[in-house]
Every structure is written in structure tokens, then in C-alpha cells.
Design a protein around this ligand. Structure first.
Ligand code: UD1
Length: 366
């Protein structure tokens, strides 16, 4: 019986670990699995709602690290998770994605000579100005198993000199959750509640420090939303960081003036998938939403100069947009006018990634 820790901390981790948690539990003779929540995200809407929708149990350990500067938050995770590791001594720690919880827990484990697997390894934006890029690079350097979502990630890792035998192309784990809950999400009543019809709105998400932590940049993006909203309704489930920055920069009035902008609190998983699958298009700076919109075949305008998920551009419905008001408006108006980028679903985004991973560890850990 091998003991496994699955680490979650921030919102994008939950839909990646849920399918894996369930799959390991289908093999109870071989594995005992614990869910560790660092508490990086702690608001009900950023965490508990997802546990409920994804049918996850209360975590086995909750580290309550909360918010802070990168140094403080990362350090708190390192300090608290080490205690859990010393007590529990698992045979494998699995971390996901690129958040501070990912790199902090990987570092703890590797220093205690506990093998680490990185789920979503090998993605690169090649922009070290992004905290997530540093987290990705660091986690891949110290991990024993590099579980990749798509072939471009394998190429990045090989390019960096990682040995082939550490790299496992497993597919996109987030799509496992999407496939499992798609029908439930389709039943969500969120559009009725908002009194809005399918395809008659664009969905917005925005939270990257590079977009919301500078007043001029945030203002330029809001100006673009104002212009687009003259043509189409906009639904904007707003991240706590963005709410805070709009207040700090005194931009509340600009937001309130937009009649067609519907601001809502962060949505749960089913509601958010529903908003996504029924949107005319998506405007986002998230990583995962670039992938989900490609799966749904919904056009996605990514408000970033780069992406660590280029396959969503090569194969999917995603395109990058320059962070100038005029460019954002032009790209949106093209879609509203019917000029739409179509795409296809990349290989191994099939809902079977968790099963492939568990098979790998049945062999590797024995
Ligand atoms: C983090 C991840 C980012 C991911 C995002 C998804 C890192 C470096 N960044 O960014 O990759 O895309 O999560 O949301 O790990 N806050 C709350 N309630 C919460 C959580 C946060 O109010 O439950 C506030 C905090 O006070 C903080 C801000 O939101 O000021 C940012 O939280 P933090 O976890 O530091 O980073 P995110 O911007 O959420």
C-alpha cells in the first residue's frame, strides 16, 4: 500500500486534483491517498464552493496559510507542510500547476527525499516576470515525475535537458473534470438568474498581477470593456485581487458606469462552466480558461502578451490580444461581426488522464 499526498492550494488546483483523488480511491488495495489544502485560497467562493461541486471531501490537512507577499506565503507553506510530511511520510507527493503552493510543497518533499510528481509539467510562457513561470520552472527542476498535458510540454522539458524517462505524456487532467461534470454544468440556472440568453454575452475573467496591479494597464482594459459593452453584454465574475485593485485605484465609477457589464462574485464550478459553454466568446488572462474554451469550441481572446498553453492557439480557439484598448476592442468586434476562429480538441484531452496517471504509479511505485 503506497501513501500519496495530493496538494491543493488555489482555485485552479481543485479541478485538477479531483479526478486524481477519485481515481486513486478506485484502487484502494494499492494506494491510500490524502488531500492536503494549503489554504492559499480561503474565501468560500474561491475554495469551498469547488470542493462541493467537485464532490471532494474535507481535506485531510488544512494548513491555513492565507494571503501574503510571495515570500511570506511561500515560506508559510514550506514551514507548515514540512511538519505534515515528517509526521506522515508519504511515498509520493503530487503537485499541480504553477501556483505558490505547487513549488513550496514540492520543495519540502524533495528535501526529505520523498518523490515528487508535477502534474501539468513542461508548460512555459518564457516570461520570468510572471510568478507562475518561476513556479513552473522550479517545480520541474526538482520533480521526479514530469506529467505533461501536451506534446509541446515534452519538447520544452527535453530542450531544458530533462531526461526522457522522467517525462510522461498523460493528457490534460482538467478536462477530466470538465468531461465528468459537463452535463451537470449544462443544467446550471445561472443564465436564468442573470436574465440573459445563450450566446448573447461575452464572459470575462481578469486577475493577473500584470493586468490588474498597475492603474494605467487596468484602466486601459476597462476602457476596452466599456467600448465592447456598447455592442454586447459582458458577464464578469470578479476575482478578489481585481476587486481590491479597482477599489485601490479609484476605478469603481468607471466600472459602475457600464450599463451592460454584469459584475458577479466568483462563480462556482458548474455555474462557471455553464457561463463558458454558452458565451459568444471569452475574454480572459487565465491559463485554464484558454484550455476549457478550446474544449468547448468557444472563441477566446487572451489578454496577455504570451501563453504557456500555445496548443490552444495552434489547435484551439484561442488568440492572444495586445494589451491596448483599441486592439482588444477590434478583436472583440470581429467576433461579434461573425469572424470566428474555429479549432479542434487536442490529443489526450479525453477525460482519461487520471486513469493513465494511476496506471503509471502502479508500475513506478512497486
Ligand atoms: C493565484 C495564483 C495564480 C492563479 C490564481 C487563480 C500564485 C502565484 N498565483 O493568484 O497563478 O491563476 O491564484 O485565482 O500562486 N484573496 C482573497 N481570498 C482568497 C484568495 C485570495 O481575498 O480566497 C486575495 C488576497 O488577499 C490577495 C489576492 O486575492 O491579495 C491574491 O491572492 P493570491 O493567492 O496571492 O494570488 P492570486 O492572484 O489569487
Amino acid at each position: 500500500m503506497k501513501k500519496i499526498h495530493l496538494i491543493v492550494g488555489a482555485r485552479p488546483n481543485f479541478m485538477k486534483m479531483a479526478p486524481l483523488y477519485k481515481e486513486f480511491n478506485r484502487h484502494k488495495a494499492d494506494f491510500s491517498v490524502k488531500l492536503i489544502h494549503t489554504g492559499q485560497h480561503y474565501d468560500e467562493r474561491m475554495s469551498k464552493f469547488f470542493f462541493d461541486d467537485l464532490q471532494l471531501p474535507v481535506p485531510d490537512e488544512y494548513l491555513e496559510v492565507g494571503s501574503g507577499t510571495h515570500g511570506k506565503q511561500t515560506a508559510r507553506i514550506i514551514e507548515r507542510y514540512e511538519e505534515v510530511l515528517l509526521k506522515d511520510k508519504p511515498d509520493l507527493v503530487i503537485v499541480a500547476g504553477d501556483v505558490n503552493s505547487t513549488v513550496a510543497c514540492a520543495l519540502d518533499a524533495v528535501k526529505l527525499h520523498i518523490p515528487v510528481a508535477h502534474l501539468e509539467a513542461g508548460l512555459r510562457s518564457f516570461a520570468k516576470s510572471m510568478p507562475e513561470e518561476i513556479n513552473r520552472i522550479m517545480t520541474d527542476v526538482i520533480s521526479d515525475y514530469l506529467l505533461t498535458p501536451s506534446i509541446d510540454a515534452n519538447e520544452n522539458l527535453l530542450q531544458e535537458g530533462k531526461p526522457q524517462e522522467k517525462i510522461f505524456l498523460v493528457g490534460n487532467i482538467m478536462i477530466d473534470s470538465l468531461v465528468q461534470y459537463r452535463a451537470k454544468a449544462a443544467e446550471s440556472k445561472i443564465l436564468d438568474d442573470l436574465r440573459i440568453a445563450k450566446k448573447e454575452y461575452a464572459l470575462i475573467t481578469l486577475h493577473r498581477p500584470s493586468n490588474v496591479d498597475r492603474k494605467a494597464g487596468l484602466e486601459a482594459i476597462l476602457d476596452a470593456f466599456a467600448e465592447i459593452s456598447k455592442n454586447l453584454k459582458l458577464i464578469f465574475p470578479i476575482h478578489p485581487r481585481t476587486t481590491k485593485q479597482i477599489r485601490n485605484f479609484g476605478l469603481e465609477e468607471k466600472v459602475q458606469e457600464m450599463e451592460n457589464l454584469i459584475l458577479i462574485p466568483p462563480a462556482g464550478y458548474y455555474d462557471f462552466l455553464n457561463l463558458q459553454m454558452n458565451a459568444k466568446f471569452v475574454l480572459t488572462d487565465s491559463g485554464g480558461i484558454q484550455e476549457e474554451s478550446t474544449y468547448f469550441g468557444v472563441p477566446c481572446l487572451t489578454l496577455r502578451p504570451n501563453t504557456e498553453r500555445p496548443i490552444t492557439i495552434w489547435e484551439g480557439t484561442n488568440q492572444l490580444v495586445k494589451l491596448e484598448s483599441a486592439d482588444i476592442v477590434e478583436a472583440a468586434l470581429k467576433i461579434i461581426g461573425g469572424e470566428v476562429k474555429s479549432g479542434r480538441i487536442p490529443q489526450l484531452w479525453d477525460g482519461k488522464t487520471a486513469a493513465r496517471i494511476v496506471n503509471i504509479f502502479k508500475k513506478e511505485l512497486n
